[in-house]
Design a protein around this ligand. Sequence first.
Ligand code: ZN
Ligand code: ZN
Ligand code: FE
Length: 675
Amino acid sequence: SIAEEGKYQLISPDIATCQACLSELLEPNNRRYRYPFTNCTNCGPRFTIIEDMPYDRPKTTMRYFQMCHQCQEEYNNPLDRRFHAQPNACPKCGPKIELVDAQGKAVASPDPIATASRLLRRGNIIAIKGLGGFLLACDATNKTAVKTLRERKRRPFKPFAIMVTNMGEIKRHCHVSPEEEKLLTSPQSPIVLMRWKKDSPVSQEVAPNLAYLGVMLPYTPLHHILLRDTGLPLVMTSGNLSEEPIANDNDEALRRLKGIADYFLIHNRDIYSRYDDSVAIVERGINQLVRRARSYAPYPITLPFKSKQVLGCGAEMKNTFCLTRDNYAFLSQHIGDMENTETLEHFGNTISLYKRLFRIEPEIVAYDLHPDYLSTKYAQELSKSGSKLIPVQHHHAHIASCMADNGLQSPIIGVTLDGTGMGADRYIWGGEFLVADYKGFSRLGHLEYLPLPGGDAAIKRPYRTAIGYILSLSGENALRRLAFMEQVSKVEVEIIKRQIERRLNSPLTSSMGRLFDAVSALIGIRSKIDYEGQAAVELEMAAYKACPEHSEGTNDNESYPYSITKDRGMRIIKLGELFQAILEDLKQGSSKARISVKFHNTVAQMTKEMCQLIASETGINQVALSGGVFQNRLLLKKTVTLLESNGFQVFTHKQVPCNDGGISLGQAVIANFAK
Ligand code: ZN
Ligand code: ZN
Ligand code: FE
């Protein structure tokens, strides 16, 4: 391979161990029997070991290992599966695995993986160096082990994923559709969120209060051996503390995961790029990524136009960035929540890597309107070195992202149901009905503005949002006798009242995510959250209780009233009647499940009605759905069904997350068309 100025090539993501390598791994007479770094041209690490292009061993972290005579022969032989396999290795010449304790002291063992399996069976937590970073593993059927991991990781509720040996084992734990099976066994081998069987021996602690379980199959030789030796489903969650990026270096892992892991299964092949596991769902037969990382990035999204060289910096939560050139959008792997210096550093380093790998020098930099996002600040720094800056409204970016995901270009009705995003009027938007294309958008409707007392405090404590909404819509009397109010002190209620009256740190919002939060808190499901969206997620879960096994059971259409007004061309969805009716249902003793189902129906209904109103004015009948609220599968299903049965052509996300992980793609395509 010869480096050429400006020339670039696409880079294969890391992909799961192939069948041929797996057979060698399990064959006692093979020279690679139980060798955890077995790979060939059809599988193995790629992107995570590449430091620069062209892709040759000296430019990867494999350069420290000199191939032995046998490996070299395979590498040189055009008829061999390992012809020009840059990471080719064997037990004689390649990387080695080692087990160390929490102090970093070697645990003497002839077979570190077998020893690790024994320790896992005894309830220990082990940090395992994988493809793109460390994963924390423990026995998923051992409640105490999982609880301990939660305490040490300071993650009381956020769901963990599990890894199991094979497809048969997955079916013990989840209901698996043929499409889900296909995705699970694909070379990408992502985590797939599937309906969790009630009689699965996996502890409820793995995904507390949830009806879905995230499961993946082994995707490296190390995983295959470990899972077979252990014979148990294992929790496999990112090796980090709360929201820090995944640890990828031995010393870093020992330092940062000290106090979390009892042992470390490490090796001496360096990871150049952090790479979290990808997460996908299959809904209505369509695969959809909710976290795009391992095995997908850095493979580009193909754009329906020839692009300039642009950088989209993304938003704040679940950040990714996006670089475009020619017909490609190189969307980065999931970077993380941009709220600490480690993540910001990871963001900056990964941008440099992509720029180098794909020979991109962005002339234009797009960023979110929110002035406080670290990604926005990063963009503003770049303007000093002469880049042209283009601000992009958050929900316009969501819709453009969905359009690019589907290869669309003409104006479309864009429905963004989202948590938080800075609006063009500086209010917090998130229940938005737009007509948009890449060149621009008009906002034709939204949820009515309501106060968010305490701003971020209300996001973390949804009861504050509920109180704010009820005070505004139903008045103070309505707060009396509500069960969730027992958790709230009189003093706090007074503070909230004052914040709203005087508009002190009490921004107005049209967010659909906050409406879900408010209803969740109001009906007594979740008042405080541990992870983004928890209150809304548990509200969705409540609906499934109205329909055992939550397949298609919630097809009753009962909904709550609401009204739509029109003010100077803007349609506003008024929520007073909705809250009144929910309060009435609570008084009548309706179950949370019933209220949740009716609420979901109402949101689908109002979305359909708004689309009809906009369609009658504009003649557009194509609708794009985006925004984090559409991770709610019940709402997604109901909304799509209702829109389609009313003659709309509906586009949803596939390759790119509907959450803020897709924002950078939208920003980059919009900036391409900016004047
Ligand atoms: Zn292979
Ligand atoms: Zn060798
Ligand atoms: Fe968003």
